[in-house]
Design a protein around this ligand. Structure first.
Ligand SMILES: [Zn+2]
Length: 108
């Protein structure tokens, strides 16, 4: 079993979503450039990205602007706030991002 240095964030947001998480590798759907590793809390589809769940972003990501792929310039999502939890998020455009569950340790 491989060991992973990055550990999941454990906080009330995670608890509110059932208390488990997965790592997703997100890439640009258009040009397939890898964008980031993302901690997805709980079940359900990925509609928005919480900025505090983005880990190991590549240099293809600009954090302070809308989410876009630096490789192909495609805009992937819009920065906004998830008011219910007062957290900054990227609201994703449908079909803009490719998701795959990272193999290895997916639960803790
Ligand atoms: Zn791209």
């Amino acid at each position: 079993m491989s060991t992973r240095k990055t550990t999941f964030k454990n906080d009330r947001f995670k608890k509110d979503r059932g208390g488990y998480s997965r790592w997703l590798l997100l890439s640009c759907e258009k040009c397939k450039a890898p964008l980031m590793t993302y901690q997805k809390d709980g079940p359900g589809i990925l509609k928005r990205l919480y900025l505090d769940r983005i880990t190991s972003p590549s240099d293809k990501l600009e954090r302070n602007k809308n989410l876009s792929c630096k490789n192909c310039k495609m805009i992937l999502g819009v920065k906004t706030a998830y008011k219910k939890e007062n957290r900054p998020v990227y609201r994703l455009f449908v079909g803009a991002i490719k998701k795959e569950i990272v193999s290895g340790k997916v639960r803790e």
